[in-house]
Design a binder for this molecule. Structure first.
Ligand code: SAH
Length: 274
């Protein structure tokens, strides 16, 4: 779809691409908060929490453009056009995204449109789901004894058209964080096992990380698909795969409001972690 601008006119507004963090309102950056206070229009994703939306000033126009697997949402080209149109009619246009806009957030694609339309912009980073999850579930993503590196990968359905580099991800000294992977847990498990990652590798699936509804399901690569298929698992959820998950037993400080002691999902591993 071609982007429509006003020929001969420059947009007077500015677009602020802002990361809202993983959920906990206190994880919004001070800069994001300040910019939000001056917003005239806010285009936000489904992942942005209610508490954060409540910070948008009353006079600002709020537009939900959220994407949720399986549910209707605006097409990316429509969102791009809307951003451009708003920049011609409003002063401060905020594009608010869950986590960090440059980590699986299509922030780059949206900015390319903004640049092509000659619109002024700034980017405000946010705490990505992996960092929020790591902190609130007590899983350091790197640790000198367990993991010398970490990879953030998407487990999205494009797996068949763009093959995953399972060999690289199977490195036992590397933590793997899988975004959008729950529906493909079985494919991911098999890819890693085939590439030689041990079936005993600890796995955590953390849902609604950093919110009062956070749940942590701990198991191993062997039963990762079972963890992912647990009917109690609420989206969004992230998979953390690697030895560092063992640290959750001792570093887990956050007590969400739910009573489900989800580590008991795998009694054997839970016992090891205690
Ligand atoms: N830009 C976002 C990621 C968007 S992709 C970021 O930086 O975090 C959406 C995926 O992020 C979800 O499918 C899920 O895997 C993950 N995610 C986002 N928020 C989450 C949360 N609070 N808890 C667990 N996973 C989350």
């Amino acid at each position: 779809m071609e982007i429509v601008t006003l020929p001969g006119q420059a947009a007077k507004g500015k677009v602020w691409l802002i990361g809202a963090g993983p959920g906990d309102v206190d994880l919004l950056t001070v800069k994001a908060y300040r910019v939000l206070q001056n917003a005239d229009a806010v285009l936000y994703d489904a992942l942005v929490s209610e508490e954060i939306l409540a910070l948008i000033p009353k006079h600002a126009e709020k537009i939900a453009v959220g994407k949720r697997a399986g549910k209707h949402s605006a097409a990316q080209s429509e969102i791009n056009q809307l951003l451009v149109t708003k920049a011609f009619t409003r002063k401060n246009v905020v594009r608010l995204k869950g986590g960090d806009p440059f980590i699986f957030g299509r922030g780059g694609e949206e900015l390319e449109t903004i640049v092509a339309a000659g619109i002024d912009f700034e980017v405000v980073p946010g705490i990505t789901a992996a960092s929020g999850t790591a902190a609130y579930a007590g899983i350091p993503l790197t640790h000198r004894d367990y993991a010398q590196g970490v990879s953030f990968i998407t487990g999205h359905c494009k797996l068949e058209s763009r093959p995953m580099d399972w060999q690289a991800y199977a490195n036992p000294n590397n933590t793997l964080v899988v975004y959008m992977g729950i529906l493909n847990a079985e494919i991911i498990k098999q890819g890693l096992l085939d590439a030689g990652r041990s079936a005993a590798t600890p796995v955590a699936i953390v849902s609604k990380a950093t919110t009062s509804a956070q749940q942590t399901f701990i198991g191993s690569l062997q039963n990762m698909d079972e963890l992912a298929n647990n009917p109690e698992l609420v989206m969004p959820a992230l998979m953390v795969i690697g030895e560092v998950v063992e640290l959750a037993g001792s570093l887990n400080w956050f007590t969400p409001n739910n009573t489900n002691d989800s580590q008991l999902n795998n009694p054997e591993l839970a016992a090891q972690l205690k």
